[in-house]
Design a protein around this ligand. Sequence first.
Ligand code: ADP
Ligand code: MG
Length: 682
Amino acid sequence: MTEALFQPIETLPGISKKRAGLYHKIGIMTIYDLLYYLPRDYKDYREPVAVREAVPDQINVIQVMIKNKKNMIYTRSGTQLFLADAEDNEKTPVGIVIFNQRFVFQSLVPGECYIMCGRMIYQQKEHRFVIQNPQILKDAEIPIEAIYPQISGLTSAMIRTNIKACLSILDESGFETLPETIRAACQLMPLIKAFHVMHQPETLEEIEEARRRLAFEEMLRLQCGLHVLKYQSKTQCRYRMQDVAMKPFYDSLPFSLTTAQQKAVQEILMDLKADKPMNRLLQGDVGSGKTAVAAAACYFCIQNNYQCILMAPTEILAEQHFQTLCDFLHPLGISVTLLTGSLKAKEKKERYAAIADGSVKMIVGTHAVFQKAVIYQNPGLVITDEQHRFGVAQRAALAEKGNTPHKLVMSATPIPRTLALMVYGDLDVSVIDVMPNGRLPIKTYAVTGGYRQRVLRFMMQELKQGHQAYIVCPAIDENQASELKSVTAYADQIREQLLSDWQIDILHGQMSPQEKELSMQKFRNHETDVLICTTVVEVGVDVPNATIMIIEDAERFGLSQLHQLRGRVGRGQAQSYCILITEHATQEAKERLRLLSNTTNGFQVAEADLKLRGPGDFFGNIQHGLPPLKLAPMTDTVMLHEVFSAVNQLLSDDPALQKPEHAALYAEILSMFQKQGITELH
Ligand code: ADP
Ligand code: MG
C-alpha cells in the first residue's frame, strides 16, 4: 500500500499535466513530496469578531443573521451584484456584497445565522461595514485553515484540495517512519496524524506537536544518515600503528608546539594506535597552528610505513600545504608530492607512479587526490583541510579510497557547540584553543569611506617597515562588472594613489590556477607589497609578514567570514591590523562590525553570528554540504539531545538500518542524501 504514496504526483485525481508541471518546478515529484509541502501559516476562524471590532480593509470572520436580501442588479460593467442586510448578535448592522456568485447568495436564508469570512470595508456614508464576497463557513468546515506558500499558477485552495487527496492516500497506506519504541520514548505522534494536523488542524496547539514530530524526524534522518555513512569505517581498522620516536620531528620544527598543539597531537596518536579508524575533527582558530599538528600526525604515520594524504579545497591552499610540509618533512628525509588538476600529463604520470609503488609517502593535493587513476599503496591517514568546504559526497568518496583509513579533518571555522554536534555527528573533536606564543591580538577598526586616505597612509607606514598588506576589493556589481575588471580597476586606482612606490598585484577567482599560484608565490616571496584580492584569500593563506588587511564594503560579509579574512594577518610576531571600511552601513551592520572589533576569539564571533543571522544563514555560510534542514530548528538543544539518544538507541540495535521495520526510515534517509548527490550509503 505504501507504493501509492511514492507515485508521481500526476497519478493524483484532479492533477492535470499542466498542474503537475507547476509542482515539478518546485521539486514536488511524488504524492509524498506534496505532503511535505507544509503551510506557512494558519488562519484561525474559530472565533468570529463583533462587527464593530472588525479591522477595516482586512479579512475578518463575523457571525451574522441575514435580515433581508435585495434583488440582483447589474453594474455598468455587467457584473452581477447581490446585496443583503445582516446584523450580528449585538445588533450592529452589516451589509453583504456578493459579485457574480449567484449560488452563494441563493444559499443565504433570511433569519438564519452564518459565519462569514471576507474583506470588510467601512462605508462612511452609511455608517456601517460591508463584507465583500464572503466565504460562508459551515459548522462542519475546518475552523483553522492552512495557508500555503505560493506556487505560481496555483491558488491556496487548489493546493488544499490536492493535499486532501494526498491525505486519504496516506491514510490507506498506514505509512510510518519512526519505530514505535522511539515514538513512545520521545512522545512523538504517528506520522499520519502529524500530516493531518499540519494540513488540517483542529487546534493551534496540536500544530506545534505535529511540527515537532516532523522536525524530530528530519533531524533524526540526518543524524542516522551520517552515522550509517560512517558505520563501515567504525568496524575494523587495517592500519593500526605502533609507537615511534617523535623527537626527530619536534627537533626539526622551527618552534616548539604550544600545549594545545601537543595535546591535539597526543589525542591523534592515541587514535592512530587504536584498533578502530580515527574519525577526528581538529578545530582551531585561524593561525592556531593546525598544520604543524597535521604534520606531526603524518610523520608518525609515515614512520609506520603508511602513506598520508592531505587534501585542501583550493589549489592555492594545496600548494601552500605542500610548501609547509616540505619544510617540515624534507629535512627528515621524507619526500612529498603534490597532486592538482593543473598538472601536465607527464608530471601526473610520474607522480601517480611514485604513489603507486610507495616511494612517495606524503601526498598533498586538491580533489585530484581521489581521482580513479590515483592508486595508493597503503594509505593509512587522510587529512582534509577546511573540511566544511567539502560536501558529504566527497567525504564518502574519500572514505572509499583504501580500506577505511584514519581520518582527520581540520576546520578553522569555529562552530558553536550545538551546531558542531549536528554537522559532525560522531566525530571526536580536538580543539586548539591557544595561539602560538608571542602572537599579538589583531587590532580591528571599523571606519567609514571618509577615512580611506588616512587608512592608506597608515598602510604605507606598515609597508615602509617592510611589512605587506592585503586589500579585499570592493563589492562588484554582478550585473555589469566582472571580477577581473573590478579588481584591476581598483588596483589602478590604488597604484595612482600610492605613486607606484610599491609593488601591487591582484588575485581573484577568475584567474587560472597557475596565475593564482604565481600571484601567491610573489606575495609569499615579498616581491609584492600589496595584494588586492577578492575572498579567494579567505581560507588558510599563510604569509606571516603581512600585517595589515583592509576590507572594503565590509558590511556585505558575515561575521564569521570577516573573521576568516582577518585571520590572514596576525600570523607573525609583529602587531597586525584589520581595517573594515563601510560606506552605507545600517545600524545593524555597524553593530556587527563593532562586535568584531571587540573580540578576536573565533568561537565568540561564531556565536554572535549565529545569534544575528540565525542557523540557516550561518550554515549557508559555512557550506557544510549537508542536506538542508527545513523544519528542525538547529538551535533547539533539547531536541538535538533527544535525537542523539534516539539515534543511539536505533543504531545500537540495527547499526546499518537493515531490519525490515527500519526500511521506511532507511529509504527516507537515502532520499534525503540523494538530493545531495549521494546514491549509496554502503
Ligand atoms: P592554521 O591553524 O590557521 O592552519 P597554521 O598551521 O597555518 O595555522 O599556522 C599559522 C602560523 O603559525 C604558521 O606560520 C606556523 O608556522 C606558525 N606556528 C604554528 N605553530 C606554532 C608555534 N607553536 N609557535 C610559533 N609559531 C607557530
Ligand atoms: Mg590552515
